[in-house]
Design a protein around this ligand. Structure first.
Ligand code: MTE
Ligand code: MO
Length: 213
């Protein structure tokens, strides 16, 4: 026997060559990677806020029950950590970022968003990255509710960017009329974070890629 295992190994090599961004390797299982402690979910205190330059000038707030009632969708996407491991082909379930944009539209001058999470973690995105078809606020992965370590009750998944651009334990979105660096973008990571262009570190940035450091 042993035939299936060989087949498996061959497939993995093929996957690594054709589907992984440069410098990434395939990861078995799902490691937990983040800075700081895992927050405890308090359902009665949890809310999701859209603020900053909204079209109507108001802050939009959903409590957990209201957020859970928003239309559910799924997206198949890979996760690429800048520390070089990738996890391929997960099915993320939750609320598409586009749904939030329709319910709480940004003002015309908005060019970027800051995604805010528990304990002040943040990640900045160009509006186009946020409105991308597959960007999703995930509550589920592969039909199972997220665990606390993986971001329960809500994490952002931005399939086409490195995973630090998708905060776990996300609590809100700030609409911005100019770019501003988030948590890792201020600490040496690339302002844009495209894994296919291997935009890992801020020293690789070209003029126009981000605000002055
Ligand atoms: N709030 C928060 N979200 C975060 C991080 C973090 O430090 N804090 N780390 C990011 C990084 S670098 C990665 S690779 C992924 C890891 O997600 P996982 O632990 O579910 O694999 O979460 C991202 N989201
Ligand atoms: Mo990461």
């Amino acid at each position: 026997m042993g035939q299936p295992e060989e087949g498996g190994a061959r497939r993995e090599t093929a996957v690594a060559a054709s589907e992984l961004p440069p410098g990434q390797r395939l990861q078995r299982g799902w490691p937990v990677t983040h800075y700081g402690p895992v927050p405890r979910f308090k359902p009665d205190r949890w809310d999701f806020r859209v603020f900053g330059a909204t079209a109507d000038g108001d802050k939009h707030v959903w409590n957990h029950e209201e957020f859970s009632a928003l239309p559910f969708a799924t997206v198949v996407a890979d996760l690429h950590c800048v520390t070089k491991f990738s996890m391929l082909g997960s099915e993320w379930g939750g609320v598409p970022a586009r749904t939030i944009l329709e319910l709480a539209p940004p003002a015309p001058q908005v060019t970027h968003v800051m995604v805010w999470a528990e304990y002040g973690y943040s990640a900045n995105l160009r509006l186009a990255d946020f409105t991308a078809e597959r960007t999703i606020f995930a509550t589920h992965k592969d039909d199972e509710l997220l665990t606390a370590e993986h971001g329960f009750p809500l994490r952002l998944v931005v399939p086409h960017l490195y995973a630090w651009k998708g905060p776990k334990w996300v609590r809100g979105i700030e609409y911005m009329a100019a770019d501003r660096r988030g948590f890792w973008e201020e600490r040496g990571y690339h302002n844009l974070g495209d894994p296919w262009r291997e935009q890992r570190y801020s020293y690789q940035e070209e003029p126009g890629d981000g605000p002055e450091l």
